[in-house]
Design a protein around this ligand. Structure first.
Ligand code: 5GP
Ligand code: ZN
Length: 124
């Protein structure tokens, strides 16, 4: 079920413009902006404009919106020139940290789009 904007949610504040962000991509339903603490040359966060607490909750409540986020992530990668084809060194990773034990710190669903450097697998 769709949730209302949360007054105490950082990413809801970015959606309405109360907190500034470097926006790189926007659709009717999604917003993408640069991470404030980048872990790679390209590190963009893609969020649904609607508040959902994490990726699993988003996919369960609003599967089309989850698909919109994935599509936007792919478009961001194209825009950032990190999408294949382009040789063995080109590629990107989409990460949804889900739960505090996995590093989630903001409780508004978001995809990290990471690229522009070699990405080891499995991650640390
Ligand atoms: P998580 O740890 O929840 O998977 O990801 C949250 C991300 O949000 C982190 O990578 C963190 O650097 C980023 N972040 C935290 N505060 C801000 C902010 O005010 N602006 C932007 N652009 N990113 C933020
Ligand atoms: Zn929110």
């Amino acid at each position: 079920m769709a949730e209302e904007p949360q007054a105490d949610c950082l990413f809801c504040k970015i959606v309405v413009g109360d907190v500034p962000a470097t926006i790189v991509h926007e659709t009717d339903t999604t917003l993408a902006f640069r991470d404030i603490n980048p872990q790679a040359p390209t590190h963009v966060l893609v969020i649904p404009k609607e508040h959902h607490p994490d990726a699993a909750a988003l996919a369960a409540a609003a599967p089309q919106l989850a698909a919109d986020v994935l599509r936007a992530a792919g478009e961001v990668a194209e825009q950032e020139n990190i999408a294949p084809p382009g040789g063995a060194t080109v590629g990107y990773r989409i990460v949804f940290n889900t739960g505090a034990g996995a590093g989630q710190t903001v409780w508004h669903a978001h995809a990290h789009v990471l690229g522009g450097r070699g990405l080891n697998w499995p991650p640390g």
